[in-house]
Design a protein around this ligand. Structure first.
Ligand code: NAD
Length: 484
């Protein structure tokens, strides 16, 4: 049990101003595993002031990019050295299966940091161009003081989607972890202090929504990078729009996997199922709508049913576990509400739908498969954020594309076919930010983000760094010669 009484601000642990605490509860044991102070607006003000000073007066934005990259590499090495500690802690905080925590929470986080470290070494932060009126010096400067607002589902990975490009750009950042998962962020704070990151460059303050909104509104914040629900994203985007703040919104999804008739289900199902119910179904990119042609519908349904029924549910710390508990009781209530809606609207419950036998403690839901789902049903339109799959029939591949696109969301998706060119053609037609032919993935060197209600802006790739940069043009005299 770790109980904190302070926040990581200005490179040191600073006592909280208020007396309220956030208790972190294990979703598998329902026991308190630690606590952090619940930030007040005064704590946020201190963190923003430290980040502002570090940006306006400190060394970080003024260092050679290679020096920043060396410090980023040190952070990555230190996280890797404590990989098991991070994975165990995150699985205990949010119920993610340990193996997913190793790969999807910790290794993925270091891979993102390593990508941005490499980019920092080679990116042209300042370049001389021959413009239309004469020479120009084009600078790509750090955006300033950023706020990174983090959800609970993949906390360290999403911290890195904000922190790594912020560090690369020479910006400073205030991270606000979700109240469900503040402990792993505090572990990261220790590493940041030891890695030689100058004081105030990274500040970590856990808080709830209202105090989080104070951070968003703060006049000294130049950019907000948010991951979470579409409801909260709309609100944060509205505040940023009003204040003309730079803003990246990474929101929900309801992604469709299209299974073409020409595929071998014995390879498709083992590849697709983990993408459908990864992280206990609590992933914005989860492929939760599975589209199968009527020709093979019964075959796909039966193969999926067998695989879903065999999914191993249990203690997230057991390396054999494939599906752990949901993050909180309210999340289980929400998922059970969607299962009830699926039944009420006439979908066929094929597997699951209840609570797993023998797991009396913890917020578990059985991996669930609905068949005969019409795309207009609630379970096909709304993001459930639980291990619930909707199997939807289609007549033709054009019909499948239309169903995939008939969604408010546009985050991810996949097509499964032996004809790769056909798969690429389908990928071109589906309106989502990321798509995979015969698999599921996020490429950290390529842009990631949402079409439609799945978000605004991109993370990862050079575009992800661009989201933390301001471009400046310095017009130079016509006879200017750069120093040799
Ligand atoms: P949420 O959007 O309410 O919270 C995410 C983060 O934003 C948390 O740190 C929260 O404290 C903060 N936050 C919320 N409202 C805010 C505001 N107005 N100003 C500043 N900060 C604010 O998400 P949740 O309640 O944790 O989960 C609910 C749903 O969100 C999920 O069921 C799922 O649909 C979605 N979700 C999506 C992702 C994703 O990766 N896209 C991640 C987590 C949750």
């Amino acid at each position: 049990m770790t109980n904190y009484d302070s926040f990581f601000i200005g490179g040191k642990w600073v006592a909280a101003t208020g007396s309220d605490t956030i208790e972190v509860i294990s979703p598998s044991t329902e026991e308190v595993i630690g606590s952090v102070p619940d930030a007040t607006t005064a704590d946020i003000d201190k963190a923003v002031a430290a980040a502002r000073e570090a940006f306006d007066l400190g060394p970080w934005p003024r260092m050679a990019p290679s020096e920043r990259a060396d410090i980023m590499a040190a952070i990555s090495g230190a996280i890797t050295a404590r990989m098991d500690e991070f994975a165990t802690l995150i699985s205990t905080e949010n119920g993610a299966p340990y193996n997913f925590s190793i790969m999807g929470q910790v290794f993925a986080a270091t891979a993102v940091l390593d990508y941005f470290t490499g980019l920092t070494r080679e990116f042209p932060f300042e370049e001389t161009r021959q413009g239309m009126m004469g020479p120009t010096l084009v600078r790509h400067e750090g955006v300033g003081v950023a706020a990174g607002i983090i959800p609970w589902n993949v906390p360290l990975f999403i911290v890195m989607l904000k922190m790594a490009p912020a560090l690369a750009s020479g910006s400073t950042i205030v991270l606000k972890p979700a109240p469900e998962t503040p402990l792993d962020a505090n572990l990261l704070a220790d590493i940041i202090a030891e890695a030689g990151v100058p004081a105030g460059v990274v500040n970590i303050v856990a808080a709830g929504r209202e105090v989080g909104e104070h951070l968003v509104r703060h006049p000294d914040i130049d950019k907000v990078s948010f991951t979470g629900s579409t409801v909260a994203g709309r609100k944060i985007g509205a505040i940023c729009g009003e204040q003309l703040k730079r803003c990246t919104l990474e929101l929900g999804g309801k992604s469709a996997a299209i299974i073409c008739d020409d595929t071998d289900l014995s390879t498709v199902i083992p590849g697709l199922l983990p993408a459908a119910i990864m992280n206990n179904g609590q992933a914005c990119v989860a492929q939760t709508r599975i589209l199968a042609s009527r020709n093979r519908y019964a075959e796909v349904r039966d193969a999926l049913a067998e695989a879903v029924a065999a999914y191993k549910v249990g203690d997230p710390l057991d390396p054999e576990t494939e599906c752990g508990p949901l993050v909180a009781e309210r999340q289980r209530d929400r998922v059970e509400g969607y299962i009830a809606a699926g039944i009420a609207e006439g979908a066929s419950l094929v597997v699951g739908g209840g609570r797993p036998a023998g797991l009396d403690k913890g917020w578990y839901v059985e991996p669930t498969l609905f068949a005969d789902v019409d795309n207009s049903m609630t379970i096909a339109q709304e993001e459930i954020f639980g291990p619930v799959i909707a199997l939807i029939p289609f007549d033709t591949e054009d019909d499948a594309v239309a169903i995939a696109n008939d969604s408010d969301y546009g985050l991810s998706g996949s097509v499964w076919t032996d004809d790769i060119e056909k798969g690429i053609d389908i990928a071109r037609k589906v309106r989502t930010g990321t798509y995979t032919v015969n698999g599921f993935g996020m490429d950290f060197g390529s842009p990631f983000g949402g079409f439609k209600s799945s978000g605004v802006g991109r993370e990862l790739g050079p575009e992800g760094l661009g989201a933390f940069l301001e471009d400046k043009t310095i017009n130079l005299p016509g006879d200017y010669q750069p120093p040799s």
